[in-house]
Design a protein around this ligand. Structure first.
Ligand code: ADP
Ligand code: ASP
Ligand code: MG
Length: 406
């Protein structure tokens, strides 16, 4: 008997018909003699709508009331699935984050899971019940509901699988696995049978929303076996595994993009010690994450241009934060641009092979796409380009790295 955590995403529980199909999928695992614990997302589109209401009512996206509102979608689906299972004669009940509880820190809107109390679930499983846990939510140290950041029910599932020492954590979604790039944009994208934790972590953090970044981080840390698979079919999906489980490693395994980037350029900022510390220190104090940074060589040794990116949601606050320091930083002008996209090629093969970045630059040049900012790490190269080139750049790069399906 294996112990399996099954997580179903928004499109997989989009309406009652889909929830009945989920119930049938749960039953298949039970019939195979396995123990099953389910984690659910809200119905597709529901969290977006709730976020809209909460923001319109004046809630900030890091407040407890915002979380109280946006966590409700998962309560609905968890209750409905428990009902559908009961109707099929399967003992089941729903569990909300605060009922177990799932302990989180107090960062409302993007809380981290600190631990999950599993005693009640162990009892339920021992009795042959199917626990259905509402994903995306937990209990803060102040006793309030806290949510885990968008896409967070992936993290709920991995944390639960780790806490229950599950043999498998299956993430059911609307694609049948992890692809070389978003299959909705690049039709010849290929499904990967396996991907390393490290590459999946880069893919997720660079924008491939098929798994939430923290879910991959946690799976990697706990060695949790993770599979991304389709809720529409029984076919095997993509396994996220250790590097030594992959026999033939491609140079580039995937290409990710993120439209959630905005660029700020400070023109003619003083070129002296302490300037970067002052700019990025005040952004950090405001809780704003900075992603890419470039500083030009200053021609005269007096002033230089500094460009950096932040997430689109933080753009206005970042501009205000830097503008408030204008007197100290003494820059000539501040220019911002939200119409940019970050495109990244990822592969552990980069560690041992040169020329991957060059292929990227050459391919984009041939399409007349100007690169605004570049950043690299051991296993990825990212470029910032104008947003209108997203599709063109993704398709061209996918072909250039030989990733197109035959
Ligand atoms: P769920 O609601 O099940 O959590 P998401 O919408 O969060 O589903 O994630 C699945 C989506 O991720 C797919 O529909 C696909 O468009 C997108 N996606 C982006 N990059 C990739 C990739 N490399 N492989 C697979 N899917 C990807
Ligand atoms: N419902 C939440 C969201 O839309 C969590 C999730 O789907 O993973 O972000
Ligand atoms: Mg998701």
């Amino acid at each position: 008997m294996a112990r399996i955590v099954q997580k179903f995403g928004g499109t997989s529980v989009a309406d009652l018909e889909r929830i009945k199909i989920v119930a049938a999928t749960v039953k298949r695992e039970l019939d195979a003699g396995n123990q099953v614990c389910v984690v659910l997302s809200a119905m597709a589109g529901v969290t977006d709508q709730l976020v809209g209401y909460a923001l319109e009512a004046g809630g900030s996206n890091n407040s407890p009331e915002y979380d109280a509102v946006i966590a409700t979608g998962e309560q609905v689906t968890a209750g409905l699935l428990a009902l559908c299972l009961q109707k099929m004669g399967i003992a089941s009940r729903s569990w909300l984050g605060w009922q177990l509880p799932v302990h989180t820190d107090g960062m409302y809107g993007k809380a981290r899971i600190m631990g999950i109390e599993t005693a009640a679930l162990e009892d339920a499983l021992a009795k042959g019940e199917v626990p259905v846990m509402a994903g995306f939510q937990g209990l803060s140290p102040e006793g309030r509901i806290a949510t885990l950041g968008r896409g967070g029910s992936d993290t709920s599932a991995v944390a639960l699988a780790a806490a229950l020492k599950a043999d498998r954590c299956d993430i059911y979604t609307d694609v049948d696995g992890v692809y070389t790039t978003d299959p909705r944009i690049v039709a010849p994208a290929k499904k990967l049978d396996k991907i390393t934790y490290e590459e999946m972590l880069e893919m997720a953090s660079l924008g491939a929303k098929v798994l939430q970044t923290r879910a991959v981080e946690l799976a990697m840390k706990t060695g949790q076996r993770l599979q991304v698979r389709s809720s529409y079919s029984d076919a095997p999906g993509t396994l996220v595994v250790d590097e030594d489980e992959i026999v033939e490693q491609e140079l580039v395994s995937g290409i990710a993009y993120s439209r959630d980037e905005a660029k700020i350029t400070l023109i003619q900022v003083a070129d002296k010690p302490g300037v970067a510390a002052s700019i990025f220190g005040s952004l950090a104090d405001a809780g704003i994450n900075v992603d890419m940074i470039v500083q030009n060589v200053s021609a005269d040794g007096q002033a230089t241009d500094m460009t950096f990116t932040v997430s689109t949601a933080d753009l206005d606050r970042a501009v205000e934060t830097v503008a408030a320091k204008k007197a100290e930083l003494d820059y000539a002008d501040l220019v911002s641009d939200a119409n940019v996209v970050k495109i990244s090629v990822i592969g552990v093969g980069m560690r041992s092979h040169a020329g991957i970045a060059q292929t990227m630059f050459q391919t984009l040049a041939e399409k007349g796409i100007n690169i605004q900012v570049i950043s690299t790490s051991e296993i990825k190269v990212s470029v910032l380009v104008a947003e209108e080139y997203t599709e063109l750049a993704l398709r061209a790069l996918h072909t250039a790295y030989g990733l197109d399906a035959e």
